[in-house]
Write a protein that binds this ligand. Sequence first.
Ligand code: ADP
Length: 253
Amino acid sequence: SRKIVIKIGSNTLAKDDGTISRAFLENLGEDVHQLMREGKQVVIVSSGARIAGVSTIGKWMRKEDINYKQALCAIGQVELMDAYRRVFEKHGIHIGQILYTREDFLEGSRSLNIRNTLFTLAEEGVVPIINENDSVCVDEIKIGDNDTLAAYTANIWNADLLIMLSDIDGIYSKNPKTCEDAKLVELVESIDELRKSIEIGCGNLFGTGGIETKIEAARKVGDYKIPMILSNGKVPHIIEKLKKGEAKGTLFD
Ligand code: ADP
């Protein structure tokens, strides 16, 4: 596969204390650099603006208030991009920021613009880093989670593969965080069969989508024949390891 979308969840990006994990980003920078040396194009969909905002400001602002939430995202998005920029700069890779709203994917001319911008950046060797524009979208009109945003992005860019990095090795028979006997599902050929065979527990501290939106993302890209791999971003150099078949994960094919 030549065109790869990598989605990074909040739980992957943030350490337990809520600050951005430099170690993760350093690893990611090296892996992406390696992919690009192999002639691949990479687009990143990254969560984490709100957490980055919180850790920058140093305290939870009145978090139930929508304006405060959006303010935190405005602050955190800058921190997030700064962290990415510093890491990719070391490898001589430029990054570009794209912030989307739901309408952008629904409306014909806007989605064409998205497509053209992605193609142009990727062909120029720039890594686009995508997030939802949380400072302008209220909950009611949001895409709502970056799993869905990553699926839209993969489809609109005609990607060959979507890699979704979370804090679990893949889809399990039950929530692996609470059930010791949960078993990893390594290959999914039918999403309907998968749904019948697993239990979905609630997600994590920072996550928004949970497993539900990841399965739906796999369905969305599957409609366009794009495979998806869900794997664990907490494993150092996970992308290199996936390439070598040395990492666990769930493949939707
Ligand atoms: P992210 O921030 O990476 O998008 P989420 O917190 O939204 O991650 O979703 C991942 C979480 O979903 C896992 O940490 C896990 O606790 C939970 N989960 C619930 N049910 C399952 C299941 N059947 N298999 C795997 N993970 C599950």
